[in-house]
Design a protein around this ligand. Structure first.
Ligand code: HDD
Length: 753
């Protein structure tokens, strides 16, 4: 019979999968078990843009729609074969001499299958091993030809296909998504003039100034080499030992201890190219530039207690979130903005723009929006695409050039180099996800796993036998910006690199009170895990240089007295031009303040009040939320008026940290049974503690009372009460409360200042 089931993400890009009747249905409010005709009607193609809320992908605007077709494999209605294409008769039994006899060496089918399996794994990335990716496009708002000849910015409305991989840095491939960590934000633009990789992070600065220190940094943060612990965490002695001895890392530590390091979603974080790059126009004139990605959904984060609990409940939290959003047609979107400035301007700054531990405050150089990026298609195959994609900072195109940032210099080498061992040779550019849409022709030949079949007998230049082809492109090709250099060869740093604290202080001073409290709590937590007291002491003495207030709070949290400030590398630092920058707070980017894709849990049990539930369900799904009925178990429940409701989640398999908001529905019997269940208490308490919106309807109010929440006194803070007859009126208030993301005044630990 018909049942009320929660809105589930559905994949409109893919054909109906066998055995998944309901799973592919669109979240169009109440869904009833469909007949097969209705099911077919609700399956859409990717080109059918009207069925999705995001912008429709233009045919061909995803690289996977065209060139990748060549390598796509669909086994539907096909027989099983070996790798040589030989049909396999029996995939259950190896070839034996008699039913109970030895297996024969001759069994090439068994041996091929096992051999391939034995070599399925490739080395994981040495950093950023865990990640998730998606296809999409970049669209230019207007021509940027005044500054750059780079193909993606050639004209208004031009679309360039992209593949984007988000990642954590420290954890291994199978680690959790919600670790406190920097997030990678790597974009591959498949431009007309070759691939451009903008390999950035969700923080605009970095730990170190020179690539020479990168292996040290990574060795310090990775699990300690003697016992391989801790996984995906910086809260251990070797990390804090290293960074406390490297004051240049202090600014980045402020970002890492802030809520930016525990984003709510990849879709809700910024991206930064970090380094200063050059834009070069057709006339060869150059300006400096920094790249910024701004999420349309705004910047939102988890709270630490929530992040810790999510890592147990769903280690794939961010991967799932990105996947489900794209599958359901909620395409994440970012705006690309640039900070453009000249070399002369840069000379006047109190910091050096070649120093990756510094950002350029927006007050000094404002952001110019130049385009938007939409991710509208999930990969078909995780390994082939997400794992094998190779981002390299060396991949730039005409119109983009490097600066002399010494960190960037090391990266230009490192990325290509690492792919050679990770992907097994110099032909990694031929793996479909890495191959440019632009035609490749040169005299490079052979090597492991070569795919191209180069014709002719000429593989050298100059040649006459091939008419001189392929010929040099001259001014149509990539020309390095002819920067004049006349210096001594030295190992050293410019003077301004020695100033390590001004921007750490700028960052701290630009945070709201609650953000500051979270930073102090994060330092407290991380340093509390450090076992050697001298390391805690040294870090605290460095923090004194950032903020006396912050250092004192952390010291109190660790039961320590405040040490002397660490001596600075530069006695009289140049006075900073900017001392507060509101753009550095997460609050600066609230985003579209709706509730699209927000996950809302409704606790249910037998006897729940149906009409009020239905009304809320409709209002919230109409606003774009994803509703989940969560019961003491999964399966069907019966309302007080005898309707069936299907719980797709249980409190056991989906604790409340996975949801953005909670509804406690009306219905005396349901409330009585839920009240007798320990999971209910944890469920409500965590939602409350983490500052999420809660709506209690009718008898549902008793559940709040049961866990000791005085709803009347906290009314203003995202706790809403309503009678069953009034849910329609409360719905819009509840939507606002969910859209606020969090009600931090309820954040009891750490205490707000
Ligand atoms: Fe790096 C991966 C970002 C400094 C060496 N890095 C990697 C990825 C991102 C970044 C997003 C993952 C790309 C993907 O999804 O496949 N890295 C950064 C940023 C840095 C930075 C924003 C500073 C501004 N990295 C950095 C330095 C070096 C490296 C200084 C070495 C000198 N990074 C690598 C690497 C990785 C990598 C070893 C590991 C896997 C890979 O490249 O493909 O080459």
């Amino acid at each position: 019979s018909d049942a009320l089931v929660a809105a589930m993400p559905y994949n409109s890009n893919k054909k109906l999968e066998h055995g998944h009747d309901n799973a592919v249905l669109p979240p169009d409010g109440i869904t009833v078990k469909p007949d097969s005709a209705a099911l077919t009607a609700s399956t859409h193609t990717e080109q059918d843009g009207t069925t999705k809320t995001g912008a429709a992908a233009r045919p061909g605007s995803n690289p996977a729609n065209g060139p990748l077709d060549r390598v796509r494999v669909d086994a539907s209605e096909q027989p099983l074969t070996t790798n040589q294409g030989v049909p396999v008769a029996d995939n259950q039994n190896s070839l034996k001499a008699g039913l109970r006899g030895p297996t024969l060496l001759e069994d090439f089918i068994l041996r091929e299958k096992i051999t391939h399996f034995d070599h399925e794994r490739i080395p994981e990335r040495v950093v950023h091993a865990r990640g998730s990716a998606a296809h999409g496009y970049f669209e230019a708002y207007k021509a940027l030809t005044r500054y750059t000849r780079a193909a993606p910015f050639a004209e208004k409305g031009k679309r360039t296909p992209v593949f984007v991989r988000f990642s954590t840095v420290a954890g291994e491939r199978g680690s959790k998504d919600t670790a406190r960590d920097v997030r990678g934000f790597a974009v591959k633009f498949y431009t007309d003039e070759g691939n451009w990789d903008l390999v950035g992070n969700n923080m605009p600065v970095f730990f170190i100034q020179d690539a020479m220190k990168f292996p040290d940094l990574v060795h310090a943060v990775k699990p300690e080499p003697h016992h391989g612990m801790p996984q995906a965490a910086s809260a251990h002695d070797t990390f804090w030992d290293f960074v406390s001895l490297m004051p240049e890392s202090t600014h980045m530590l402020m970002w890492l201890m802030s809520d930016r390091a525990i984003p709510r979603s990849y879709r809700m974080m910024q991206g930064f190219g970090v380094h200063t790059f050059r834009l070069v126009n057709q006339q060869g004139e150059a300006v400096f530039c920094k790249f910024h990605w701004k999420p349309l959904l705004g910047t939102h984060s988890l709270v630490w207690d929530e992040a810790v609990k999510i890592s147990g409940a769903d280690p794939d939290f961010h991967r799932r979130d990105l996947w489900e959003a794209i599958e359901s047609g909620e395409f994440p979107e970012w705006e690309l903005a640039v900070q453009i400035f000249t070399e002369e301007q840069a000379e006047g700054f109190s910091f050096d723009v070649l120093d990756s531990t510094k950002l350029i405050p927006e007050e000094l150089v404002p952001l110019t929006p130049v385009g938007r990026m939409v991710l509208n298609r999930n990969p078909d195959n995780f390994f082939a695409e997400t794992e094998q994609v190779a981002f390299c900072t060396a991949h730039i195109i005409p119109g983009i050039d490097f600066s002399n940032d010494p960190l960037l210099a090391g990266r230009i080498h490192s990325y290509v180099d690492t792919q050679i061992s990770r992907l097994g040779g110099p032909n990694f550019h031929e793996i479909p996800i890495n191959s440019p849409l632009a035609q490749v022709q040169n005299n490079q030949r052979d090597g492991m796993h070569r795919q191209a079949i180069n014709r002719g007998r000429v593989a050298y230049e100059p040649n006459s036998l091939a008419g001189g082809c392929p010929f040099q492109a001259g001014s149509a090709g990539f020309i390095s910006f002819p920067e004049a250099v006349r210096e001594d060869k030295v190992r050293g740093k410019p003077e301004k690199f020695a100033e390590h604290y001004a921007q750490a202080t700028l960052f701290y001073n630009s945070q709201t009170a609650i953000e500051k409290a979270h930073i102090a709590a994060a330092f407290r937590f991380e340093l509390s895990k450090v076992e050697v007291p001298a390391i805690r002491q040294r870090m605290l003495s460095s923090l004194v240089n950032v903020s006396q207030e912050l250092a004192a709070e952390v010291a109190t949290g660790l039961g320590m007295t405040l040490p002397q400030a660490m001596p600075k590398a530069i006695a009289e630092p140049p006075p900073p031009q900017v001392t507060e920058s509101p753009a550095l707070s997460l609050k600066a980017l609230p985003g579209e303040c709706g509730i699209r894709t927000r996950q809302i849990a409704v606790l249910i049990d037998n006897g729940v009040h149906y009409p009020s539930l239905l009304s809320l369900y409709k209002a919230l799904t109409d606003a774009g939320a994803v509703m989940h009925f969560v019961g003491p178990r999964v399966g069907t429940f019966v309302s007080s008026s005898n309707e069936q409701i299907l719980a797709n989640k249980s409190m056991e398999n989906s604790p409340s940290v996975l949801f953005d908001a909670l509804i406690l529905p009306d219905g005396n019997d349901a409330v009585q049974t839920l009240a007798g269940c320990m999971d209910t208490t944890d469920f409500i308490n965590n939602q409350f503690r983490h500052g999420k919106a809660i709506l209690a309807v009718g008898a549902g109010r008793q559940l709040l009372k049961m866990v000791g929440i005085d709803a009347d006194s906290t009314k203003a803070n995202g706790i809403l009460l309503a009678d069953s007859s009034k849910v329609e009126e409360i719905a819009s208030t509840f939507i606002k409360a969910v859209a606020a993301h969090r009600h931090p005044s309820r954040d009891a630990k750490p205490a707000t200042t």
